[in-house]
Design a protein around this ligand. Structure first.
Ligand code: NAD
Length: 363
């Protein structure tokens, strides 16, 4: 079987890490017909937009994309091309597994957490009212009337919508993920003691979903502030974490920190039957074209993609090959060396070569 998959190389370091990931996936033997689609700062001149319609169409048609990082251009009307892709395709799940690899410098060992972040609602909905504008003044007086509470007149306002339907679908995803991946527990995290009608509603909807999994998957709740401390003190107590958008954004970086940083942290944006896989890191423009940065986050995003399309064995082998090369510590990029100036560090493509050689041994 041949899969047709959209490949968005991205910009900055994107093309280098995407190419490394593509070569590693091809080396697993899984047959993929890659459809290259452009996006990002480099294509604005050609298409008049950083997100050409052709690119969105390619993802809609193929249903799966592997995407390199994209710089957010300033002054084009786009908040972020990445956010635009998620919105256009209703990719409501941001999945970020955080797993320790032996050989990566980190304060922690044996971390194996999965962050499931809601990707479309909450303070990221983009509903904002600027301080001083007439509509903001109108809104403030309306809120004061309705709530009998005072708001300082020189305030800006951001709206936080959280819905029952939006929460149920993200929590259902978290439980289904737990079932499929032999996980034991789902923890829902909010600040419901303070935001009763948004975060409180998130808990209420989550409890409804949790009932369907009683006896199969454990369910518990934590407040976000306590959770930050708990993860730093005893991360081994946790398994799958499900959160509204903003807390999920913050906590997934915290979890990336637990495993040693951005160079090895993969991600996926998932919707109904549609998926875009990408590293958590950005386009690191200062390293563009230097064949220097770590390709692992992108390669592990491709591992998630292989798992998603059902190529479990190929996914397992590629992850094992990555783990072996990192553990050996020889053919790794500068960021995985004890001394970042270590002259024995290899380049992006050489690290991919080493992983591909390791795959060949495992055949
Ligand atoms: P960044 O992740 O691009 O880089 C921050 C630093 O992290 C780099 O300077 C580098 O030291 C390190 N780093 C990142 N990736 C690495 C890798 N693969 N190997 C080794 N080190 C690595 O974050 P930034 O500088 O804040 O953002 C740069 C651009 O990327 C911005 O335009 C931002 O909007 C965009 N961005 C895109 C995405 C995405 O495409 N999903 C995500 C985050 C940021």
């Amino acid at each position: 079987m041949t899969y047709k998959i959209t490949l968005i190389p991205g910009d900055g370091i994107g093309p280098e890490v995407s190419n490394a990931a593509r070569r590693c996936v091809d080396a697993t033997g899984v047959k993929i017909d890659w459809e290259i689609a452009e996006a990002g700062a480099d294509v604005i001149e050609k298409y008049g937009t950083p997100l050409p319609q052709e690119t969105l169409e390619s993802i809609r048609k193929n249903k799966i994309a592997l995407k390199g990082p994209l710089t957010t251009p300033i002054g084009t009307g786009f908040r972020s091309v990445n956010v635009a892709i998620r919105k256009e395709l209703d990719l409501y799940v941001c999945l970020r597994p955080c797993k320790s690899f032996k050989g990566v410098r980190s304060r922690y060992e044996n971390i194996n957490l999965v962050v499931v972040r809601e990707n479309t609602e909450d303070l990221y909905a983009g509903i904002e009212f600027e301080e001083g504008k007439q509509e903001t003044k109108n809104l403030i007086s309306e809120i004061e009337k309705l709530s009998q509470k005072k708001i300082k007149p020189d305030s800006g306002i951001s709206i936080k919508p959280i819905s029952i339907s939006g929460t149920k679908r993200i929590v259902e995803f978290a439980f289904e993920y737990a079932v499929k991946h032999n996980r034991k527990k789902v923890t829902a995290i909010t600040k419901a003691n303070i935001m009763k009608f948004t975060d409180g509603l998130f808990y209420a909807a989550a409890r409804e979903v949790a009932k369907q999994y009683e006896g199969k998957i454990e369910y518990e709740e934590r407040l976000i502030d306590n959770m930050c401390m708990q993860l730093v003190q005893k991360p081994e107590l946790y398994d799958v974490l499900v959160l509204p958008n903003l807390y999920g954004d913050i906590l997934s970086d915290l979890c990336a920190g637990l495993i040693g940083g951005l160079g090895i942290a993969p991600g996926a944006n998932l919707g109904n039957g549609i998926a875009v896989f990408e590293a958590i890191h950005g386009s690191a423009p200062k390293y563009t074209g230097q064949n220097k940065v770590n390709p692992v986050a992108m390669i592990l995003s491709a591992v998630l993609m292989l798992d998603y399309i059902g190529e479990k064995e190929a996914a397992r082998k590629l992850e094992n090959a990555v783990a072996k090369i990192i553990a050996e510590g020889k053919s790794v990029t500068y960021d995985l060396k004890t001394d970042r100036n270590d002259p024995t560090a290899v380049g992006t493509s050489q690290m991919a070569d080493a992983i591909i050689e390791e795959l060949a041994i495992d055949k």
